[in-house]
Design a protein around this ligand. Structure first.
Ligand code: X2X
Length: 330
């Protein structure tokens, strides 16, 4: 045997033994499996368990525990390899991937069909390229849902009603701008800090999808007023660290992608199907629910235009344009 041949045989044996070994990947989420978001990650793990013949295991770590509760560090932790994978919110990743602020532009997405047109089309591909260019491999979409506004002080049906209300907001500075444009008093904090702040009255309100309001029993911490304003949809992205991805063979890459897509579709359908039931149970617990007339909706749209002026250039004119055409053509 020549020296090259010995080397080749050695490498092949090493590769074979590596791939024969079971591999465990950590998957970070903010919300645990009492919520659709956590269930999305669990579903992904289940499908991998069923189909990988023991080669791969996904171990889900909820409550942002791998980043000590600081959900806005999840993307950086995944990029650096501290976390292998995540099912994460575009809001929480937007400090590192500015294009993800697309989804937080107030009142851009009128309905679920608009969300699907954006994520499933050219705009969605552009967003995935933006994620990949920052060192993380995006695989599939999920959904936290349309975010609705709640508070402890009174019904909100027009921008004036928000004046001076302290609102807990997430992630990107875009949220500070949206709520400042509405003359509210936004304060940024993690989900881990949000419920205590609502409990003590340190903040008057918050915004989250109905599933989060319902499962976390936000009404029990004084949030008696809920406004259905659909001001933004919060998609989730299934993703894997780039170095981890490079060590996987084609079969396992395809498996991770196909199971992420399946888990995402399953979770999106479930989240949407449960919406009306969730609203009914929130109402049954005594929460006052406000729906906006077209005129009231329009007042919020106009009051938040400054957010577009500042943020469209940061997100990218092309991306916003692609999203708008997809929405118009839905
Ligand atoms: O922190 C939130 O509000 C949550 C749970 O919805 C996100 O992580 C975006």
């Amino acid at each position: 045997l020549t020296r090259a041949a010995v080397l080749l045989v050695g490498t092949a044996a090493l590769t074979a033994s590596l791939s024969a070994q079971a591999r465990e990947l950590s998957v970070s989420t903010v919300l645990p499996d009492a919520f659709p978001w956590g269930q999305a990650a669990e579903k992904w793990a289940e499908l991998i368990e069923e189909r990988s013949d023991g080669r791969l295991t996904l171990r889900v770590y909820p409550n942002s525990q791998l980043v000590s509760g600081d959900q806005t560090r999840e993307f950086s932790a995944m990029r650096s390899g501290l976390i292998d994978a995540a099912v994460g919110s575009t809001i929480n990743w937007s400090p590192q991937v500015p294009e993800l602020n697309l989804f937080s532009l107030p009142f851009l997405m009128p309905d679920e069909a608009a969300v699907d047109a954006v994520t499933g089309g050219e705009a969605g591909e552009m967003v995935f390229e933006a994620i990949e260019s920052r060192g993380v491999i995006p695989l599939a979409w999920g959904e936290n849902g349309f975010r609705q506004l709640s508070n402890s002080q009174g019904p909100v049906s027009e921008p004036e009603d928000l004046e001076g209300l302290k609102i807990r907001v997430v992630g990107s500075p875009l949220f500070q701008d949206t709520f400042s444009a509405l003359d509210a008093d936004p304060t940024q904090m993690s989900w881990a800090d949000a419920k205590p702040a609502l409990t003590t009255g340190a903040v008057d309100g918050q915004e989250n999808p109905l599933s989060v309001f319902d499962v976390a029993r936000i009404d029990q911490v004084g949030q008696e007023y809920l406004t259905l304003w659909n001001y933004m949809n919060d998609p989730l992205v299934f993703a894997v660290n780039q170095n981890v991805w490079q060590t996987l063979d084609e079969v396992d890459r395809e498996l991770l992608r196909e199971t992420a897509i399946e888990a995402g579709k399953w979770e999106i359908a479930m989240t949407r199907e449960q919406e009306s039931e969730r609203l009914a149970s929130i109402q049954a617990r005594g929460v006052t629910v406000t729906e906006l007339t077209d005129e009231q909706h329009q007042a919020f749209v106009e009051a938040t235009q400054s957010v577009y002026e500042k943020w469209v250039p940061r997100i990218g004119e092309d991306l916003v344009e692609a999203a708008r055409s997809a929405i118009d053509a839905r």
